[in-house]
Every structure is written in C-alpha cells, then in structure tokens.
Design a protein around this ligand. Sequence first.
Ligand code: HEC
Ligand code: HEC
Ligand code: HEC
Ligand code: HEC
Length: 426
Amino acid sequence: MTRPLQWIGLLATAIIAILLAVNILREPARQQEALEAYQAAAFANGSELYAMHCTHCHGAAGEGLGVYRALNQPFITSKDPHELQTIVQYGRYATEMAAFGVEEGGPLTPVQIYDLVTMLQTGAWDLVQTRVEAMGMTPTEADILAAEAAAQTVNIARQTVDSTALAWTLPVFVEHCSECHGDEGQGTADAPQLNNAYVRSMSSTQLAEIVGLGVRNTKMEGFSGRLSDAAIADLLALLQYWDQVDGQASAPLATEADIAAVNETGQQLFETWCAVCHGTQGEGGAIAPSLNDIPQLPVDFLVSRIRSGHNAMPPFAEANLSNGQLAVVIDYARTNIIGAALPLPSEAELAQGQTLYTQHCAECHGAMGKGVPDVGPRLVTLPPMRAVEIINFARVGSAQTPAIPSSTVSDADLRLIVAYLHSLSN
Ligand code: HEC
Ligand code: HEC
Ligand code: HEC
Ligand code: HEC
C-alpha cells in the first residue's frame, strides 16, 4: 500500500470513529425526544379516555365530585405506576371504582390503561380539563348531584372494605401518631380524636395535606419527609375507614344510663361551660366566635372540638364534663344555639341563591362551592364560614382577588348566595 492510500484509510477510519462517537453521544437525547413524544401522545390519549370514562365521578379536573375521591393530588403523582395500573385495571374491591381492564370485562386495553396512568402521573390537570371541556364531557350539575347522592351507596360499599389490610396499618399509627392521638386514635389532651366520623368526612386531599404537611403553629408536624408515600397513603386509608377495622368501631358517646345520671339541663350546662366565651345565645364575643349564625355542625365535630379544644378554645376533659353531660349539652347546642340566628330561606329563595352563585361565583369557586384547584378556594367547609365572613370577604377582596361591589351583586343577592352556600353544608 502506498503512503497516501494508508493516510486516506487512517483518515476514513478516524472519521467513522468520530461519527460513531457523536451518534452514541446523541443517542440518549434522541431516546429522550422519542420518549417525550411518546409520553405526549400517551398523555393526549389518556386525557380523552379520562373524559369518556372517569369525569362523572372524579370531575373534569380530577377534583372529585361529591363523595368520589380527588385524583389531582400529590400522592397520585408519586404513586408507583404499577399500583395505579392495578387500580384502574382491577378496580377497588367492594367500591364503585369498577374494573376497567378488558380482561375483567371492562372497556380498556392494557395500552389504554398505560396512557391513563401516564396522564394521571403527569398531574397536568389544567390541560386535562381543557380537553374534557373541548370534548363537551364536563360534568353537569345533575352529575354532581348524583355524585352527592351516591354517598349512601359508597357508605354501604364501605361495610365490606378489607379490614385485615387496614389492621396492618395500626402498628404504623401506634409508632408515629399515638403519643399525641392515642393508641386507638381516641384523642388525648394534646391532640384531637381521629377515629371519628368527622375525620372520615374530610376529603383525601384535606387529609393528605394535614398528614403530609402538618398544621401550621401546632404540634402537628408534617410527615412527608419522615414516612414513605406508601406509608402515608396507608395511614390516610386507615383514617378514612377506621370504623371498618375489627374491634375499632368507635363506641357511642354516651349510654342511656350516662344520660340519665345527668342532673343539669342542657341550657344550664351550656351557660356554665360555654356561654362565658360564646354568649348565652351563642352570639359570640371578644374571646370566641358566634355559634348561632353557622349551619348545623355534626355531633362528631362537636365532640372532637370540645374534648380536644382548638386554638383559643380549651379542651374539656371527662373529669369536668362527663360523657353524659357532653351528650346533653351537644343536643341542646344543636337544637337551640347553632344556626338559631340564620334566616330560614324558602325553596324559591335557595334556587335564586343557586342561580346567583352560578352567575357570579362558580367560575372561580366551583360548582356547589367545592373550589377550583389553583383558581378559587372551597367555600363549603367544616367548620362552615359565617355569613359575615363571606359577605365581608366578597365586599373587601384581598391581594389575590378583587372586591365585588354592590353594583354587581346587591346586598340582598349576596345574602341569598350565602343562604345557598349554607344549605350545602349539611
Ligand atoms: C362510578 C364512579 C367511578 C368512576 C366512573 C371511576 N372511579 Fe375511580 N374511584 C371511584 C371510587 C369510589 C374510588 C375509591 C375507592 C376506594 O374507596 O378505595 C376510586 C378510586 C380511584 C383511584 C385510587 C385513588 C386513591 O385514593 O388511591 C384511582 C387512581 C382512580 N379511581 C382512577 C380512575 C380512573 C382512571 C377512572 C376512569 C377510567 C375512574 N377512576 C373511574 C369511583 C369511580
Ligand atoms: C406531637 C404530637 C402529634 C403527633 C405525633 C401527630 N399529631 Fe396529628 N395532630 C396533632 C395536633 C396538636 C393536631 C391539631 C391541629 C389543629 O389544631 O388543627 C393534630 C391534627 C391531626 C389531624 C386533623 C384532625 C382534626 O380533627 O382536625 C389529623 C388527620 C392528624 N393529626 C393525623 C395524624 C397522623 C396520621 C399522625 C401520625 C403519622 C399524627 N397526626 C401525629 C398532634 C400530633
Ligand atoms: C374559654 C373560652 C371558650 C369556652 C369556655 C368554650 N369555647 Fe368554644 N371556642 C372558643 C374559641 C376561641 C373558638 C375558636 C377556635 C378556633 O379558632 O378554631 C371556639 C370554637 C368553638 C367551636 C367551633 C366553631 C367554629 O366555627 O370554629 C365550637 C363548635 C365550640 N367552640 C363550641 C363550644 C361549646 C359547646 C362549649 C362549651 C362546652 C365551648 N365551645 C366553650 C372559646 C371557648
Ligand atoms: C375571578 C375569580 C373569583 C370570583 C368570580 C369570586 N371569587 Fe371569591 N375568591 C377568589 C380567590 C382567588 C380567592 C382566594 C383569595 C385569597 O385567599 O386571598 C377568593 C376567596 C373568597 C373567600 C374567602 C375564602 C377563604 O377561604 O378565606 C370568600 C368568602 C369568597 N371568595 C366569596 C366569593 C363570593 C360569594 C363570590 C361570588 C359573589 C366570589 N367569591 C367570586 C376568586 C373569585
């Protein structure tokens, strides 16, 4: 071989080597691009499948309608994808979450379920909502009402939740939570009861926030850094289904005998223990808020607040207020104090309030005051917002939201909106 030919050969080899190296270096980027394109397609497809099969329970933006769970929450994006795949494919035993896999007799192929899971884990619910709206699949007011009505069915379904699996979470609870909340979640002077219907009525989102992030300025610190997502998800399930764990059903507050042993009337007990701060008619005062202009409060919520206290409200121990006395004073407060100063609107006025709410507030605060993620907070809360709070906020506004002048919504109309919102609290 001549010298020049040798050189050309060497050069050619070098060029090939460089080209190969460049290609090898570019490969990950190309794979990444391909993966992104694939995921974008999966997301788009997943959004459409979601619009067709899931919105009437989980809502257009994953916010959860009525009793159905919200999916727009951190523990869905961080869940193991196989776990989500399993839930959608096989459903959740004894709940309305049906099996969607074709092999289980459902409508979705494994690839379609993969697309749905990709979309769920992206967590880009604003994009999903846009797609759902464009497809005309946004749930109607009737869907939402049906979802609220389904509470009954879901509660029946809950009777058969796998109580053995829930019981496995109890030791986790005892290790991390019981020093404050008690071994069986019964509450202590340091922290409220968790094994009650009030906690079970909280949404998954609300519970995930409390347990994950904690409650500011209280001893309740967040556990998101200390426990795995899976452990937190198990704890949330325990909180939501505690009454299903064998031997853990909460006992009734007081027996007939406890109540018969009470010597005072409800009014006397209220005046002795509550009126100092809340006023004899529950009108409120300098220390405590009013109780007579909020809608009815559930018994469990009252028990929890009275036994555990909250902020400046002191806890009342059994040594001071027996279970029988507590039952009597709660009964009195529910019939004579709570909500006593609220007007009793007619059906027609409530319907008008609903129309006005839909016209002026629903865009940001969601249908039935359930809130819209990243747009406006829930207005139907527990404890409920007082009439004056709603009216003042609407009139004054805040840094994030403009005030609503009486030229847009008159005082009378605002009161009808409040009456409508209050009617949703029960
Ligand atoms: C008929 C109402 C209904 C429909 C339709 C429905 N779900 Fe559900 N879904 C539920 C209920 C009820 C639960 C809670 C089950 C339980 O208690 O564990 C649930 C739970 C879930 C969960 C688990 C959430 C958690 O907290 O762990 C996921 C994920 C989910 N659904 C996704 C979907 C997807 C995706 C679709 C559409 C293919 C869908 N669901 C359709 C009612 C529904
Ligand atoms: C150091 C004490 C402490 C520990 C440990 C603790 N908590 Fe709490 N927790 C509190 C206090 C205090 C509150 C009341 C906060 C408030 O005033 O709103 C609370 C409130 C809560 C609430 C809201 C209840 C309600 O009625 O508003 C939930 C749910 C909860 N804790 C769950 C847990 C779970 C689950 C664990 C274990 C992983 C845990 N907590 C560990 C002190 C604690
Ligand atoms: C020492 C004053 C004081 C006494 C006595 C007291 N409370 Fe309270 N109560 C408060 C304060 C302060 C709050 C507001 C706590 C908060 O910020 O969450 C409150 C809140 C409440 C709430 C929750 C209402 C809401 O919208 O937040 C209920 C219900 C309640 N009290 C009932 C009672 C009952 C029933 C009694 C008697 C057994 C009682 N309170 C005794 C101070 C008191
Ligand atoms: C353009 C969107 C928008 C509309 C329309 C709107 N709000 Fe709001 N509203 C918000 C936002 C955003 C917040 C939260 C702002 C903040 O916390 O500073 C808010 C907060 C509130 C709060 C305080 C909630 C809390 O948790 O403290 C009340 C009460 C309220 N709005 C009532 C109303 C009523 C009643 C209407 C209808 C007459 C209405 N809003 C219409 C955006 C809106």
